[in-house]
Design a protein around this ligand. Structure first.
Ligand SMILES: [Zn+2]
Length: 222
């Protein structure tokens, strides 16, 4: 087996700014241009990037950070063992958008499945208006689109299974476009919790792998 090591020059193709990130990053954000670039076969390819506005008031002591998610448009189909289409009778019927964390979420069954919760709540975030003098960071994109795509089918199966036993059913998911979003979370230093700015749900910072490094990238802590 041979291993190849690829070294990218991490500069923004637009403004030549350094594209710094944390060690797990697979997509890099230029703070100047507010653009995202994924590394593919030795080249940097631009990804569209959106930031969601907070809809839930975050405590004034909190620091707002953005965690990255892939928003997939999907069209699921559920077939019973006789191959009848029973999609309309399942939770998949109204499921056209799902949110898969683009950061490494650690043990979601223990710490809470933030992507699942956002998906079940059918959130439709308002776009956060970007201005020239406001730089928004989005470090921690550890999953590229193709990595996140692997989670789509099991994610949909998990949602259908909450409502009815899926044994014997076949669940097919047609995957449409996927866009990278930064969603706001309030970080409370005292309780080391993250409060989701769209639903107001709380999670321990331990749900995010490399959280300390991420916080450091935001200029928080050591
Ligand atoms: Zn740039």
């Amino acid at each position: 087996m041979t291993m190849s090591l690829r070294i990218y020059e991490l500069r923004c193709p637009g403004c030549l700014n350094d594209l710094s990130g944390i060690t797990s990053d697979k997509v890099f954000i230029c703070g100047n241009c507010q653009k995202a670039f994924g590394a593919h076969n030795g080249k940097l390819t631009e990804e569209q990037l959106f930031f969601g506005a907070s809809q839930h008031s975050l405590d004034k002591n909190d620091i707002t950070i953005f965690l990255p998610f892939w928003r997939f448009h999907i069209a699921p189909t559920v077939l019973d063992p006789q191959q009848n289409n029973i999609t309309a009778t399942t939770a998949a019927a109204t499921l056209d958008t799902i949110w898969i964390p683009a950061f490494y979420d650690v043990r979601p069954t223990v710490f809470g499945n933030v992507g699942m919760n956002l998906t079940l709540a059918r959130i439709q975030p308002q776009l956060l208006p970007l201005s020239n003098n406001r730089i928004i960071q989005l470090p921690g994109v550890a999953r590229r689109r193709e990595d996140a795509t692997l989670y789509v089918q099991p994610f949909v199966a998990g949602i259908v299974d909450r409502q009815k036993d899926i044994s014997g059913l076949s669940i097919n998911v047609r995957i449409g476009d996927a866009k990278l979003w930064g969603l706001p979370f309030g970080y409370d230093l005292q309780t080391t919790t993250l409060t989701d700015g769209l639903l107001g749900m709380q999670y321990p910072t331990a749900m995010v792998e490399y959280f300390e490094e991420l916080a450091f990238a935001y200029g928080i802590g050591k």
